[in-house]
Every structure is written in structure tokens, then in C-alpha cells.
Design a protein around this ligand. Structure first.
Ligand code: TRP
Length: 344
């Protein structure tokens, strides 16, 4: 299939406020990828988040904030279908059917579940401690997300590659079992422009390390966050190695290639110190993210707008998912879904 004829799909788990690392590593590359596709689906994976978040107000808040973030960063709802997973009942319905063809052993080997078991072992806890069935069956729901839309390409980070492979394996298995091509086979794609950037302490930028730079802030807050980036104590005129330093890598993630080359040359030649590099980083944060931050604030002040956008997206995706589900129901021998009859 040609590049322009692909349907891409990305799910976004609303478990935290997006930070600069999410923007550079996931949001911006996914939006660019969608721009080169013939169709695209983006959704807030709130059922997936529910496995982790038991606080209703928090889940609602994060779902809205994540949706507002993607809209503020330029998600084009004319060209892309943008919805909440839980507004599409065909997805959980497909999950039930996929569960019946998915070997349990595949779930035992899935990374997210294995990581939870390993963390329990490390702390001397029961392997099943705090592991719910949602986490265990996570890849099946994710497969339903992907297969319900007949997505070809799923842009993901490395940690999600195995989950997309499982979705493909499930689809192949159901097709083989029924002798029909009822499901399209998806493939993962790690966007070439998705950089994993360091956080202020030099480790990968991650909410769980508490080393993030906020995506939407003002000059003062960004200056404060950037001031906290760890550097060595080389003087301004010492030749420095920019590669691998948090300040340079974060800058390179946000700036143009020319600007990154300029900072690289200046640090290497001892024409710029770490303080200068930090000042350039604050300016590029302001330039790239002030506009999106204003749109984000507007959307957060108007939850009804966000809800309407998502509801309209669900209206558009449901017929697609319904058609896939009807085909699957028929192929496995379930009765065709009938509209509920009014009580007499
Ligand atoms: N599991 C993904 C994550 O944690 C989120 C997700 C849910 C997803 N369903 C998906 C991603 C379908 C791609 C396709 O980031």
C-alpha cells in the first residue's frame, strides 16, 4: 500500500498532564504522520487509563486535559477523527470477541503486565498485587482499538511495539480461524522524528522521574524549570561536548536543525556557556509553545467545547467500527446485532 493510502491510528492514555517530552516524543511526530496519511484516528484511551486511575474526578480532568492538549498542538479535527474510546461501545464489544481467540499465554508475556509483576517481585509482594484484569488484558483492548478502525499504521514509542504486534497476531488468528479476511493487519511504526529527550536530571524525561518541563507555562515558569537542568561546571569559554547533555538535547528537540547546529557549534567552541544555552532554550519554548498554551487555556475554560469535539468524532468513527464488528460477529457465528426494540 502506498504511503499516501494509509490509515494511521494513535491512542493517548490520559494518565498525566503532557510535558515537553511527550510533545517531542509523541504528539508532534504523530500529528506530522497524520498529515501524510489518507485517514487518521486519534483517541483518548480512557478505558486504558481506568486500569490505573480510581479517582473519578481525576480521570475526567485528565481526559479533558489530554484532549485539549492535542487540539491545542494542532490536531485538525476536519482531517482526523478525534474521540474518546469510551464513547465507542463497539470497541469493548469487539474486545469480548477478541478475548475468545487470544491465548492467555500471550498476555503473560506482554510487557506492561510483566513490568507490574517484576515490580511486585522486587518489593517482595505477591505477583498479582495491584494487578487488575484490565492491566492483564490490556493488549486485547488495544487490539480492538486498532482493528475496529481497520488502521494500517500505528505510530508508537518502543514500549508499545509489542502491543501492536499482539494486535496483528490476534487479527491473523481470527482471520485464519474464520477463513475470511475480516480484520485488516496493522503494523507499528516508530516515527523517525520522535526523539526521546532527557529530563532536567539527565534521565529520560518522564512523569515518574519527576524531571519534566511543563508543556504549557509562561516565561517565568519555564525559566525556573530550565534553571533546574543539571549541567557540569565547565566555564563559558571551555570547549564543551553538547551531545547527551540535557540542555542541548531538549533544545535540539524543539529548535530548528539550524538553531541546534548553531548551539552545538557555540558550545563546542567555548563561545557559549550552559547559562547561554539555557537562555536559548527558554526562548525556543516561548516561541514554540506560547500559542498552543493559549489555545489550551481557552479549551480548558470551555469543557463543553472539548466534549462536543469528541462527541462529533465518536459519531464519525462508530459507523466504521460498527461495520467491522458486524463482519466479525457474522464470521464467528454470532447473531447479527439488532436494534433494541422499544418496550410495549
Ligand atoms: N497503550 C498506549 C500507551 O500507553 C495507548 C493506547 C491505547 C494505544 N490504545 C492504543 C496506542 C491503540 C496506539 C494504538 O501509550
Amino acid at each position: 500500500m502506498g504511503r499516501g493510502m494509509t490509515t494511521v491510528l494513535t491512542g493517548i492514555k490520559p494518565t498525566g498532564y503532557p510535558h515537553v517530552g511527550n510533545y517531542v516524543g509523541a504528539i508532534r511526530p504523530a500529528l506530522r504522520r497524520a498529515g501524510r496519511a489518507s485517514g487518521s484516528y486519534f483517541f483518548v484511551a480512557d478505558y486504558h487509563a481506568l486500569n490505573q486511575i480510581q479517582d473519578a474526578a481525576l480521570l475526567r480532568e485528565l481526559s479533558r486535559a489530554v484532549a485539549a492538549t492535542w487540539l491545542a498542538c494542532g490536531l485538525d479535527t476536519e482531517r482526523s477523527c478525534f474521540y474518546r474510546q469510551s464513547d465507542v461501545p463497539e470497541i469493548p464489544e469487539l474486545t469480548v470477541i477478541l478475548n475468545a481467540v487470544t491465548p492467555k499465554g500471550w498476555m503473560n508475556r506482554a510487557h506492561a503486565y510483566k513490568a507490574a509483576v517484576a515490580a511486585n517481585a522486587e518489593r517482595g509482594l505477591d505477583p498479582d498485587d495491584d494487578v487488575n484484569m484490565g492491566l492483564y488484558g490490556y493488549p486485547v483492548l488495544m487490539a480492538a482499538d486498532i482493528l475496529a478502525c481497520r488502521a494500517d499504521v500505528v505510530p508508537v514509542g518502543r514500549d508499545q511495539v509489542q502491543h501492536v504486534e499482539i494486535a496483528r497476531d490476534i487479527a491473523e488468528r481470527l482471520n485464519r480461524q474464520t477463513g475470511r479476511e475480516v480484520l485488516a493487519l496493522p503494523r507499528h511504526e516508530i516515527p523517525a522524528d520522535a526523539a526521546a529527550i532527557p529530563g532536567v536530571d539527565g534521565r529520560k524525561m518522564s512523569k515518574s522521574y519527576d524531571n519534566t518541563i511543563p508543556l504549557f507555562a509562561d516565561a517565568r515558569a519555564w525559566t525556573r524549570a530550565v534553571a533546574g537542568i543539571r549541567t557540569d561546571s565547565s566555564p563559558r569559554d571551555a570547549p564543551k561536548t553538547p551531545e547527551g547533555t540535557a540542555v542541548y538535547e531538549i533544545f535540539a528537540g524543539l529548535a530548528t536543525a539550524g538553531e541546534a547546529a548553531g548551539l552545538h557549534a557555540d558550545l563546542s567552541a567555548g563561545r557559549a556557556g550552559w547559562g547561554d544555552a539555557k537562555a536559548r532554550l527558554v526562548s525556543v519554548l516561548e516561541r514554540e509553545l506560547t500559542g498552543p498554551g493559549e489555545r489550551f487555556a481557552e479549551l480548558m475554560a470551555s469543557p463543553a467545547t472539548v466534549d462536543e469535539v469528541l462527541a462529533a468524532g465518536a459519531e464519525r468513527v462508530r459507523p466504521v467500527a460498527r461495520a467491522v464488528l458486524d463482519g466479525v460477529r457474522e464470521a464467528v457465528g454470532l447473531a447479527r446485532a439488532s436494534a433494541p426494540r422499544a418496550a410495549v
